[in-house]
Design a protein around this ligand. Structure first.
Ligand code: HEC
Ligand code: HEC
Ligand code: HEC
Ligand code: HEC
Ligand code: HEC
Length: 637
């Protein structure tokens, strides 16, 4: 199944893959010292990085150096007219605090890219295409480790980049006629949206959504800018060096050869936000979200822009007209914690503006607070927590590593004393008690073939750039979900069950003895301790892991953010239901007798049940007077 060119691998590789096999053939006992040696090499990085080339990460579209740096203006040029007049709404102020403006500064990104380059040579070039796209198109970043980036590159995904993007799929009568020549000049025209297959207008003529703005600069109307596919160009990420096989599994491509397909659905999924949205009800006619998102455009939501660029009655240029539906450039997602890291590491950079980051951080928290709702119910002595996904994609979505959402439950007695906590988070240790709750997240893994090719163990893996297996994905699907469509789109559910159409998940918690109330909170976190420590400890090539870790410690170690909370008053059990299975029947006779005669043994044998269930006559005591009414209950239920 593995198509990696094995002739390139060193002798250690052969030892790893053939050693254990020959051992079992001979059937003899392996001397301990050899076994230890094998274990060490098979867990080391003797074969890494894989000798992948730039060609392995080639994608269609605009290529390195295709756009002259002199035609690309900086955001501060746009600011003269599109900024500095309305901090809540104008394009510059809102973009300035967003993560897209800091994509070229994000220390989490650089720490992760260092590890990716340790795993697969030249993969950093691919990362930079989305994260620092100006450096690619202007031909400036010629190092896959980002070491040649300059201050302009660090402006991340900026105004002029987005406003030069061309729809790669030409539709006569819809696409601007200018696009035909731009596409014809490309060697390789993208056929899909995703994987950084962007096309830029090399003259950098500005494109935007309105038919006829009163702009004092050249301008082309672009319907593309109103579509989810525009965002999908970068918000669908696959490993283009790992391809889906006819049996549904994934395998490495032959090293040195470009991907046999540019269809993102055929490549190993690392982010499927656009696909998740594309297959959701939002893209099939829209969804009335009751005003939760969207600002002045009203309650029915279709595109990414509707939620992430909410409309306001405002101007986009200080001397232009007020539009009833001017698109704010909030791009608020979930990454409040990453904005803190950016400010911590790059606070001294004159282009980093703490005030606009503060506004953006508050908008990210507000986004998280609108991302889920909960519904609580009691089913006998069980608490049922329904977590409902209110977003346009999976919850959580985006980059797979680190991000997680979990259910926290605290049970209290009638005197308000805490009886038990599920999914507790220890702030001192920065550790989540995962065993006692449900955690929505995606994990990647390595198949046997990938393990053999890399010398790493098969199974769960932290090596994103080498992954070829989805180890877990129980993230909550969006409205309109179906299993078949999401499987076809490379965004399947793994290790959980969601029925077609289900955009919520139910989790159950046994209520402890005497619990009178349950307080429930859904939490989000994207920089958990294990992730950040891994990015530090596995780094043997530069200091980004240490920089990231120090910033993480200095900013509160990625403390979880509360998304939504609720409380349910619990009713105690049924009289006579001694084994608390929510029915009164013959199975309650033994425990009833036990409760009457040996109350302590009862408490031991039924720790989650309430002995007061034996108080069938309701006088507040468990006595012989309860026997008759108990028998009556059994006979006449
Ligand atoms: C000298 C002032 C000025 C500068 C500088 C300027 N713009 Fe504009 N721009 C305008 C005005 C005025 C409009 C029309 C606004 C309207 O009609 O609402 C406009 C319109 C636009 C639109 C069209 C919006 C739509 O309605 O479709 C886009 C996109 C745009 N500008 C992008 C940019 C970018 C990117 C930069 C920097 C590279 C920039 N502009 C620099 C004044 C300016
Ligand atoms: C990630 C891509 C992206 C970036 C970065 C970006 N824009 Fe935009 N911009 C868009 C899209 C998409 C729209 C249209 C949204 C819609 O109408 O659905 C838009 C709309 C606009 C408009 C018209 C707003 C309106 O509704 O009248 C202006 C003006 C504009 N952008 C200027 C800017 C400036 C200035 C910057 C930098 C400070 C910038 N943009 C950064 C994608 C981007
Ligand atoms: C119905 C509203 C809605 C629509 C439509 C929507 N989103 Fe979101 N999005 C949200 C909310 C709420 C969050 C915060 C919760 C989360 O992280 O999932 C979010 C989070 C995100 C994040 C951050 C993920 C993370 O964990 O860091 C990204 C990136 C994103 N959306 C991109 C998109 C793109 C791209 C589209 C269209 C293809 C889109 N969204 C469509 C509401 C929406
Ligand atoms: C040129 C590539 C590119 C395009 C086009 C693009 N994005 Fe992004 N976007 C990024 C990158 C890269 C990041 C992450 C930066 C980081 O965290 O380091 C990002 C981050 C975001 C976030 C913040 C995620 C978080 O975790 O909080 C949101 C929301 C978002 N984008 C929405 C959109 C929407 C909506 C569109 C379309 C209008 C869009 N993006 C178009 C590359 C792009
Ligand atoms: C096709 C575009 C694309 C490519 C290629 C890409 N990314 Fe991203 N990446 C994104 C987008 C869009 C986001 C924002 C979504 C989110 O925040 O969840 C993101 C988010 C991230 C984040 C989380 C940042 C945060 O602020 O939380 C990390 C880390 C990251 N990417 C690392 C990498 C590395 C390393 C590579 C190369 C191996 C890479 N990415 C390649 C588009 C891309």
């Amino acid at each position: 199944m593995c198509a990696i060119d094995r002739s390139r691998s060193d002798p250690v590789a052969s030892a790893n893959s053939h050693g254990p096999r020959s051992m079992s053939v001979s059937g003899r006992q392996v001397p301990l010292i050899i076994a230890i040696g094998l274990a060490l090499t098979s867990h080391g990085w003797a074969q890494l990085p894989l000798p992948t080339t730039l060609g392995d990460f080639h994608v269609p579209g605009t290529q390195v150096g295709d756009v002259s740096p002199t035609v690309m203006q900086s955001p501060s040029d746009c600011r003269n007219c599109h900024g500095n007049f309305d901090a809540q709404n104008d394009p510059y102020a809102t973009w300035k605090g967003s993560l897209m403006s800091h994509a070229g500064r994000d220390p989490l990104f650089y720490a992760q890219m260092s590890l990716a380059n340790q795993d697969a040579q030249n993969v950093g070039y691919y990362c930079l295409r989305c994260h620092v796209p100006q450096s690619i198109v202007t031909g400036h970043a010629n190092q896959a480790d980002g070491s040649t980036l300059n201050a302009h590159d660090r402006r991340g995904v900026d105004c002029h980049f987005c406003h030069s993007m061309v729809d790669p799929i030409y539709t006569p009568g819809v696409s601007p006629p200018e696009d035909a020549a731009i596409l014809a000049a490309l060697t390789d025209v993208p056929q899909f949206f995703g994987n950084a297959m962007f096309v830029l207008d090399p003259s950098a003529t500005r494109r935007g959504p309105r038919p006829d703005p009163s702009a004092p600069h050249e301008f082309i109307e672009s319907p593309f800018h109103r579509r989810g596919a525009f965002c999908g160009t970068c918000h669908d990420v696959g490993n283009v060096a790992v391809t889906r096989q006819p049996d549904g599994s994934y395998a490495y491509n032959t090293i040195g050869a470009p991907s046999p397909t540019s269809d993102p659905w055929m490549q190993y999924p690392l982010e499927r936000t656009y696909t998740e949205w594309k297959l959701s009800a939002f893209n099939q006619g829209g969804v009335d979200m009751g005003g939760r998102f969207g600002g002045t455009i009203g309650p029915v939501i279709h595109t990414c822009q509707d939620c992430h660029m909410p409309a306001a009655a405002a101007k986009s240029c200080f001397f232009g007209p007020t539009h009833g539906d001017m698109r704010r450039h909030d791009f608020a997602g979930a990454s409040a914690q990453v904005l803190d890291l950016v400010l911590e590491v790059f606070g001294g950079d004159p282009e980093v503006d703490a005030a606009s980051i503060g506004v953006a951080r508050a908008k990210a928290v507000s986004m998280l607070e609108r991302a889920a709702s909960i519904d609580l119910a009691q089913d006998c002595r069980r608490l049922r927590v329904r977590t409902i996904n209110e977003t346009g994609h999976k919850l959580p979505t985006g980059h797979i590593e680190g991000r997680r959402v979990w259910v926290n439950v605290r049970f209290f007695d009638a005197q308000n004393a805490l009886l038990r906590e599920n999914g507790g988070y220890d702030m001192a240790e920065a550790e989540l008690d995962e065993r006692t709750t449900v955690v929505y997240e995606m994990f990647v893994g390595l198949s046997e073939a990938a393990a053999a090719a890399t010398g790493l163990p098969a199974g769960f893996s932290t090596h994103m750039a080498l992954a070829d297996t989805i180890w877990k994905d129980n993230r909550i699907p969006p409205r309109g979900f179906t299993n078949a469509a999401f499987e076809a789109g490379g965004a399947p559910v793994v290790g959980h069950n969601y029925a077609d159409g289900q955009y919520w998940d139910d989790s159950f918690f046994a209520a402890p003895h005497r619990a009178a109330r349950a307080d429930v909170t859904i939490y989000y976190q994207n920089t958990p301790r294990s992730y950040i420590e891994h990015l530090r400890d596995a780094n043997h090539s530069d200091d980004w892991g240490d920089i990231l870790h120090a910033a993480w410690v200095a900013t509160g170690r990625g403390a979880p953010i509360a998304m939504v909370s609720g409380t349910l008053m619990l009713s105690t059990g049924l009289p006579g239901d001694m084994n608390c299975d929510c029915t009164v029947n013959n199975f309650d006779i033994d425990p009833f007798v036990m409760a009457l005669v040996y109350p302590e043994s009862y408490a031991e044998a039924f720790p989650h049940c309430d002995i007061l269930a034996a108080d069938v006559d309701g006088d507040g005591l468990v006595t012989n007077f309860d026997i008759d009414p108990f028998v009556q209950l059994l006979l006449n239920p």
